[in-house]
Ligand binder design. Structure first.
Ligand code: SF4
Length: 347
């Protein structure tokens, strides 16, 4: 099978065109066709010499992802179910807000980390996405929905740092002037807490935002919710976060899915205040969204408001983030690549 050309960055394409005896600027022209104009056929690249277009089409593919189904929420959020060339499925979400359009991108088919509140974790790990499949989600939404995307969040299916090299390569292309040209500060990578990768990411050299799925302030509760905590404890995670903050000079965001009677008690709250106070960090409190087969509940409004108000009272920057697209199962933790539904329907 031919490799999708969107797996190659600008430098690699430059090397290839120069190797073919072409001037290096051809690489920028190709990049612009791929990312500014969104072509899915090399023969549409009209300023590229015919020989070169023949070579590209003989050796690479340039296909878009195949959309299987699009779901539209009452709140305007859209979820896209894509079928990959090997028959696996992934989901991506577009969240339109007043002043921005955010795309939530998947990085793996399934996930090996098994967080108990998460539908992707229930599937188990199937495989990593390649760079073209990561970018393909954004490009499909950019060109087929014809929208200007302002923000990218790596918070879809999979753990981005478990597919580290492809995710970072995709980020460089998203950020590249001749690529999607989206500012580094508008890109957020979210991790369940792979400590060595947080340290490595501190040297990435781009101002990409980092978000940590914390979800509990103590080892007992966190290990219950997120098995990765058995490998990297809360204190190791916090040390990595401190390293990131001091090394990059940037703030960090902690995500905290609030689950009734699991991590929303006074004890959890005060432990959370204790570990986060003084850190250059924000906390996003996310009321739990139901996931099929998972027996957790969302706390009531009063509890959510109390939890956030207490954080603020202790001078911690906290915000409630209500997940969008719950009615189409596009909210935080709900993405599962609903292949089984599709297969059932197609039978
Ligand atoms: S929350 Fe993230 S790391 Fe945890 S199972 Fe889901 S996709 Fe994987």
């Amino acid at each position: 099978m031919k490799k999708n050309i969107r797996n190659f960055d600008l430098e690699e394409i430059k090397e290839m065109v120069v190797g073919l005896g072409q001037p290096a600027f051809r690489a920028e022209q190709i990049f612009q066709w791929l990312y500014k104009k969104g072509v899915d056929d090399f023969f549409q690249m009209t300023d590229i010499p015919q020989d070169m277009r023949n070579y590209l089409s003989e050796n690479f593919s340039v296909d878009f992802l195949k959309l299987v189904e699009k779901f539209v929420s009452q709140d305007g959020t859209k979820k896209f179910l894509f079928r990959l060339s090997d028959g696996n499925y992934i989901e991506s979400v577009m969240i339109p807000e007043e002043d921005r359009i955010t795309v939530c991108v998947s990085t793996q088919v399934g996930c090996k980390f098994g967080c108990v509140f998460c539908a992707s974790g229930k599937i188990g790990f199937i495989r990593n996405l390649d760079v073209s499949e990561i970018l393909g989600q954004i490009l499909f939404i950019r060109f087929k929905e014809n929208v200007r995307i302002s923000n990218i969040v790596f918070m879809g299916m999979g753990e981005p740092f478990d597919n580290y090299d492809s995710v970072l390569k995709a980020i460089k292309i998203i950020n590249e002037k001749n690529g999607l040209n989206i500012g580094a500060r508008k890109i957020t990578v979210s991790t369940a807490g792979i400590v060595p990768c947080i340290k490595k990411f501190s040297d990435f050299g781009k101002q990409v935002r980092l978000s940590i799925s914390l979800h509990a302030p103590d080892d007992r509760t966190r290990s219950l919710l997120m098995p990765i905590n058995n490998k990297y404890s809360v204190s190791e995670l916090l040390n990595a976060c401190k390293y990131y903050i001091s090394h990059t000079g940037r703030r960090i965001t902690f995500e905290y899915i609030l689950i009734e009677d699991v991590n929303d008690t006074e004890k959890h709250l005060f432990q959370l205040i204790k570990i986060v106070k003084g850190l250059d960090a924000d906390i996003n409190v996310i009321p739990f969204s139901p996931v099929e087969g998972i027996n957790f509940r969302c706390p009531d409004m009063e509890k959510i408001s109390w939890f956030v108000a207490e954080l603020k009272r202790h001078s911690i920057r906290a915000t409630v983030r209500y997940s969008r697209g719950k009615d189409i199962k596009a909210a935080c933790g709900q993405l599962a690549g609903r292949r089984f539904d599709v297969e059932k329907k197609n039978r």
